[in-house]
Design a binder for this molecule. Structure first.
Ligand SMILES: Cc1cc2nc3c(=O)[nH]c(=O)nc-3n(C[C@H](O)[C@H](O)[C@H](O)COP(=O)(O)O)c2cc1C
Length: 265
């Protein structure tokens, strides 16, 4: 049976976890769709759709919610999945709700605790590099086992029960406090021109098309920026800086611990 995982992964943690899901769910052969790319998949080719994102200020990465709202499920079975570094908040709840509102039938959902890629926290020493714990890996495996059996049921024409994910009301309060502290603001971005090698990676990786290369250097459109830190994390010479962060806190790719743990799954 063919499936597709539509993913939003700024630094690779979520993508890596999706690759493990794909290699372990033996009844489904998944294609991948990076939702930051322009080519749209043809959903009619797939019997199972997955949506996978990272947690972004206690919610799904904004582009994922926008994408899920823009497509039609027509009753197709779907699962939602996210990685997070600290507190998943309502990521899964919002993804589940959005999938249902777009007409998908939700059949599974899971959140995986992984290393932190949020530079302000990494700068303060909160890397969470030892996540997932062995307990987290057991529940990730259970999710994969469930996906396997559900896909077999779907393949044989059986009806699969719809999954529900509860919203956590307390998250709204935490978001209010975080908003008050301005935690969701990356602030104005600049580039150290003496360090910048004009590779244009920042412009290519920006999910919101907020960076243009002008005269070989990035120019940031602050009105489009969603403070996802992808440009900051991915800059190979650590040349992008803000008032609060300069040369520290980067997470360019999945932590080696996570890479090794995903091999064990
Ligand atoms: C801008 C930003 C906001 C984040 N907000 C949260 C959050 O609210 N809760 C959390 O647990 N992790 C948060 N994280 C951490 C990521 O969700 C986590 O490290 C994730 O695995 C990154 O996945 P990716 O490499 O696929 O983008 C945030 C990361 C970034 C860059």
């Amino acid at each position: 049976m063919k499936g597709i995982i539509c993913y939003f992964s700024t630094t690779g943690n979520t993508k890596l976890a999706c690759e493990r899901i794909n290699s372990k769910v033996d009844n489904v052969e998944f294609d991948y769709y990076d939702i930051t790319s322009s080519e749209e998949p043809n959903f009619s080719e797939y019997a199972l759709i997955g949506f996978a994102t990272y947690t972004d200020y206690l919610e799904p990465g904004k582009l994922m919610t926008m994408y899920m709202k823009s497509i039609k499920g027509n009753g197709k079975p779907a699962f939602v999945f996210n990685t997070f570094g600290q507190m998943s908040g309502n990521t899964l709840g919002i993804m589940a709700k959005t999938a249902k509102e777009s007409g998908f039938k939700l059949i599974e959902a899971h959140s995986l605790h992984v290393p932190e890629n949020y530079p302000p926290l990494i700068k303060n020493g909160t890397t969470n590099e030892n996540f997932p714990t062995s307990k987290d890996l057991v529940s990730f495996n259970e999710f994969i086992t469930n996906l396997n059996s559900i896909s077999k049921q779907l393949d044989s024409g059986q009806t699969v029960p719809e999954k529900s994910v509860r919203m956590k009301i307390s998250v709204k309060l935490i978001q209010k406090i975080m908003g008050g502290l301005n935690m969701d603001e990356m602030g104005v971005k600049n580039v150290h021109k003496n360090q910048c090698v004009s590779c244009g990676i920042c412009s290519k990786v920006c999910p919101y098309d907020a960076i243009k290369m002008v005269n070989d250097y990035p120019v940031f459109d602050e009105s489009k920026c969603e403070s996802c830190f992808t440009c900051f994390n991915k800059c190979p010479t650590k040349s992008i800086y803000t008032k609060k962060l300069d040369g520290i806190g980067h997470y360019p790719k999945p932590h080696a611990n996570l890479v090794n743990k995903m091999k064990e799954v």
